[in-house]
Write a protein that binds this ligand. Sequence first.
Ligand code: SAM
Length: 151
Amino acid sequence: MRIALYQPDIPGNTGAILRLAACLGLTVDLIEPAGFDLSDRNLKRAGMDYIERAALQRHASWEVFDEWRRSEARRLVLFTTRADAAYTDFSYGENDVLLFGRESAGVPDDVHERSDARLLIPMKAGARSLNLAMSAAMAAGEAVRQTGWRR
Ligand SMILES: C[S@@+](CC[C@H](N)C(=O)[O-])C[C@H]1O[C@@H](n2cnc3c(N)ncnc32)[C@H](O)[C@@H]1O
């Protein structure tokens, strides 16, 4: 199970997700370009020493990432406010990559279409979206609950 971030903008969110992944035993795929450098102090502040413990794989572009995950036969599960299917109704697998869009714009249409599944974290009517790190925590929590906690 992996968490992929599509061109994230806000270093504090990526730091919090690296900490989450280190605690849950997940790998993070960072799809570049990101809107910050990995040495950013806000990323380090949010991720703390967990950043050194986190398994991080960087991909130079969406195309490079998508080719890699296809070569590994990994299912791509996109979290998006443009989906209808609730994330709690989905059956997760060990090989899945949970993909999250950038804070400012989500993912482009072609990434949306090339994903194997598109899932929504249901919200109250009128709410636009959750914070990226919050949505990653909710999604990873459900996926790990189904596939088993790693201790
Ligand atoms: C701040 S949101 C992006 C908002 C962006 N303006 C948009 O329209 O997609 C950042 C990412 O968090 C995830 N996300 C946030 N709320 C979500 C929800 N309710 N259901 C599924 N994913 C969500 C998605 O991956 C989204 O691309």
